[in-house]
Design a protein. Sequence first.
Length: 155
Amino acid sequence: MNKVTTTLSAGLGLAGICAIAAWAEPNQVRYPTQDMLGGLVHYTTVRRGDVTEFMYTSAQALAALKAGEEIPDGTQVILQDWREGEVYRLFVMEKGDGFGDAYTDGTRTGDWQFQWYWPTGQINTDENTARCRSCHMSRESRSYLYTYNDARRFE
């Protein structure tokens, strides 16, 4: 009986890990540390009801967009979600050489990957980042960005 319980517990634990992995995909997106954020440019703010979203990226990415060039590898685009006067979460898009190879043609967003972080740096394991890719796929002609026009207009 003890051996059966141990085997069952191990199996359920493994199944739970697999279920979590289906939602919080491991990828190469880095959590933006304070030093990283300090080197980025706040290029637009989006307000949605009680939520204020500050958008950040690098000066190099903004220059590339304005010039009609491709955003360089290593670029992060960060949506910092503020609620009730504090950071609630961070959505991070990161572009890297070969990042798109992790996905099939029907789910790839160029070489961009996505991650959803709590302000502590922990990944939200309940978030399905495939949804991020699915929506951003419709913005292929705009470098996969919903704030593409804001970034190009930024001075």
